[in-house]
Design a protein around this ligand. Structure first.
Ligand SMILES: NC(=O)c1ccc[n+]([C@@H]2O[C@H](COP(=O)([O-])OP(=O)(O)OC[C@H]3O[C@@H](n4cnc5c(N)ncnc54)[C@H](O)[C@@H]3O)[C@@H](O)[C@H]2O)c1
Length: 342
């Protein structure tokens, strides 16, 4: 059985990846401390798959516990999602972010080495590029200084992997640089659960549409883009999930001591206003929004060059922006229904 450990597997991207893994003949095993997720995600997974996924509740930084999990399972590889991801909070509590995001990676690598588990896929981010000088941005584009401690943990994580693999541990790793994941499983059984006020555009849009937020504020409309609002590469979370399957399959075919990086995006950029109008079209709901000042730290425009992942991993995004927004909207409506029924 091709068992894969998914750290942070109860979270947004991890839970969708668990589905993609099962659909491709892998057996995911989740390890999550539920610091930023809910057990209801496991119920959603069961509803989709018709069976339970094995789940360990624990912290990836806990070496003793992690070794116990590895001793009980024969893992073919690991997908390491477990991390804190709130950019704003990371500027207030940098040590919390370095301890969790870097600490968990170090403990994981030591444990993988001890148990001779050879394949690792690491969650990185397009945040490592900052505002790229050339668009669409290539993997070979030099990274910029990180804008936040969170962004720095992704840069450092990539560097740790590169140095580690250079030391010839007999392992292989891929870092996937995600662009902007949105959407939910088309069944609406699982999706994103932002805690508090969402920092990302799409959850803010859907929460405004159901009335949880009074109105959406656009952070600036005087950028150098087609309509003045920021541009991002929005990728459906199921497409992103599938990229992890392709990365694992590709890793298994490589020589040992292998490391590479791939952008995971659609290759298209959309402005904030384009996303709002696409949402209004798929939902049939007019959105209450206003234009506010620019938000410090926001990148003006970024989208991915996806040639490398298309050709090497044989992966290409399948879902459109409208598909993604439709699935985000279905998920928000489902959350609202269960909230009203409580
Ligand atoms: N969502 C995005 O926009 C985005 C973009 C780029 C990169 N990423 C990265 O992708 C990964 C997954 O992101 P997500 O959106 O699914 O986040 P998420 O918060 O929904 O999922 C992360 C999961 O990890 C768990 N976790 C955190 N620290 C842990 C620890 N030490 N031990 C065990 N479990 C722990 C949380 O409880 C949560 O379930 C993260 O590494 C994140 O930095 C996310």
């Amino acid at each position: 059985m091709k068992k894969i450990l998914i750290t942070g597997g109860a979270g947004y991207i991890g839970s969708h990846t668990a589905i993609a893994m099962v659909n491709s003949g892998f057996e995911p095993v989740i390890l999550d401390d539920f610091s930023n997720s809910e057990k209801s995600m496991l119920v959603g997974l069961r509803d989709i798959l018709g069976r339970d996924i094995q789940c360990y509740e624990g912290n990836c930084n806990d070496k003793t516990y992690l070794e116990q999990v590895f001793a009980e399972n024969d893992f073919l590889g690991v997908i390491h999602f477990a991390a804190f991801k709130a950019v704003g909070e990371s500027t207030q509590k940098p040590l919390k972010y370095y301890a969790n995001n870097i600490g968990s990676l170090l403990v994981l690598l030591e444990t993988m080495e001890k148990f001779e588990v050879k394949n690792l896929v690491f969650s990185s981010s397009c945040t490592v590029y900052g505002q790229p000088d050339v668009l669409p941005v290539l993997e070979s584009t030099p990274r910029k200084d990180a804008e936040s401690p969170y962004g720095n943990t992704k840069k450092i994580g990539e560097d740790i992997l590169r140095d580690y693999i250079k030391s010839k541990p007999g392992a292989r790793a891929i870092a996937l640089r995600y662009f902007n994941p949105i959407g939910a499983h088309p069944s609406a059984a699982i999706g994103e659960l932002p805690l508090g006020v969402p920092a990302n555009l799409v959850p803010f849009i859907t929460q405004t549409a159901v009335g949880i937020r009074e109105k959406l504020t656009l952070y600036g409309n005087d950028y150098d883009t087609v309509d003045g609002t920021c541009v991002r590469d929005y990728i459906h979370v199921m497409d992103l999930a599938d990229a992890h399957v392709k990365a694992l399959e590709y890793l298994a075919q490589q020589e040992l001591d292998f490391f590479d990086l791939f952008n995971v995006g659609t290759g298209n950029g959309n402005t904030v206003l384009e996303v709002i109008h696409a949402f209004e079209k798929v939902s049939g709901m007019p959105l209450n929004y206003q234009v506010g000042p620019r938000r410090p730290g926001d990148v003006e425009k970024t989208w991915a060059n996806t040639d490398k992942i298309n050709s090497k991993l044989g992966w290409k995004a399948q879902y459109s922006l409208e598909d993604s927004l439709r699935d985000s909207w279905k998920w928000q409506q489902k959350l609202e229904e269960s909230r009203v029924l409580k």
